[in-house]
Design a protein around this ligand. Sequence first.
Ligand code: CIR
Length: 260
Amino acid sequence: MPIPALIAITRDVSPSLAACELSFVERAPIDLDRAIEQHRAYRAALATLGCEVHDLPAQPQCPDAVFVEDVAVVVDEVAVMTRPGAESRRGEGATVAPLLARWRTLRAIEAPGTLDGGDVLRIGKRVYVGQSARSNADGIAQLRALLAPHGYLVQGVPIRGCLHLKSAVTALADDAVLLQPAWVDREAFAGFRLVEVDAAEEHAANVLRIGERVVSPACFPRTHARIRAAGIEVVAVDVSELQKAEGAVTCCSLVFETGP
Ligand code: CIR
């Protein structure tokens, strides 16, 4: 039987990154060369963790195109191309779709639905979707209709004070989540082991799970200690320049298995 490979789709940093969308973060000067170097190191970390990394060329006209997570939702059976909530980002998916089509049948969210992949947290067959400024009720209903036939339970989750659901909560393991209680209610994740971010590290809830380990921004050592205390290994990466564009670690890749 063939061994499933782990694929990570990424995209090089756009030279226009400084013109990115910002919602909850103050605009600050971005060092583009440093952002590019941090992105290179991020890709290297994914490769070290066992991913086959497929890096797309930068999209100069799309400042936020490095954040590939937002343009697709990939589950075991299909990939759903999203319709991002920010109009400036709607041109990003077209160049990701042909690559994804190598491994998955493609479906799509249609207008008037909007959905950002950053709002979609999948843990097993449960799919939590942030009710955010980027993902509307119609987009969530369309995702539910597309995934329900494959056995997924899609449920909307209210969030506040942050961009996406995965700004507020991400998976640490099949039975554990890392959560920022100021931005999402703990009750929405009852039944999971809950690890909360350290109060001094507001933005620390976004980690990228790869197998038994999680990738996390290097600037959150207190939260890393909490994650390690829960028995989970942390791989720290410096993404300070991408954080200025309101991105972190899940947003820079689409990670999935090739199949059984
Ligand atoms: C945006 O506002 O769309 C980008 N500046 C940041 C997107 C980050 N995406 C993510 O966390 N999934």
